[in-house]
Design a protein around this ligand. Structure first.
Ligand code: HEM
Length: 184
């Protein structure tokens, strides 16, 4: 019964996904395996591998932003040296993990477009890139805030970072819907 309902839900969700597009263009610009040559297989494997690394970067970038937003929400509870240490650790994590995740995601996103240029004509990608630009805006603002808090540790509020956490989560959800369901 439950599995029937789940199957029905999947059917409804994915009914609008352009399956042919996903098999031939999304999963690999090389087209379906049947009848495809060795070169096409290699092209498909390269595309798939770049896509995996693109998503690997997304996990570090967005996962890191969400984790640090939660940690920064706790800064007002700390005092003295622990507070300064926490802010220092947060800044170093940002500089290494989050910046690297963002760079990998964006560079490999551009590589994916270069490997499959016709994707740039898709409306979902335009909106997705707009939302990515909003995340980038929050990324830069977030970093500036951390630098500011290092000099003024008492100036943070729990609410501020709860809002950042909520906004980034919603943007991520919207980007995933666009990238996976490709509704237009
Ligand atoms: C928060 C940032 C991002 C998230 C969460 C994200 C997520 C995803 C996901 C889940 C897919 C897999 C779609 C699928 O094949 O089913 C994907 C593919 C892709 N992404 Fe991103 N992405 C992000 C940033 C970017 C950026 C900055 C670019 C371009 C500069 C980009 C370009 C692409 C391209 C071209 C594809 C392949 C589309 C296809 O062939 O169907 N992405 N992304």
């Amino acid at each position: 019964m439950a599995s029937g309902a789940a199957r029905m839900l999947l059917h409804v969700l994915f009914a609008r996904v352009p399956i042919r597009y996903r098999l031939t263009v999304s999963v690999g610009a090389a087209g379906c395996r049947r009848g495809a040559g060795r070169g096409k297989d290699v092209e498909q494997a390269v595309y798939g591998f770049v896509l995996v690394l693109h998503l690997f970067g997304v996990v570090f970038w967005i996962g890191g932003l969400l984790m640090l937003a939660s940690l920064l929400g706790r800064v007002p509870e700390e005092v003295g040296l622990p507070k300064e240490r926490l802010l220092g650790t947060i800044r170093r994590l940002f500089e290494v993990v989050i910046n690297l995740g963002a760079a990998v995601t964006i560079i490999l996103g551009v590589v994916l477009i270069a490997l499959n240029p016709q994707v740039i004509t898709q409306g979902w990608l335009h909106l997705k890139l707009l939302l990515v630009a909003v995340i980038l805006f929050y990324h830069v603002r977030f970093y500036r805030r951390i630098r500011f808090l290092e000099d003024n540790p008492s100036a943070s509020t729990h609410r501020e970072f709860t809002v950042v956490h909520g906004v980034v989560s919603l943007l991520l959800l919207a980007i995933l819907v666009l990238a996976i369901l490709k509704p237009f």
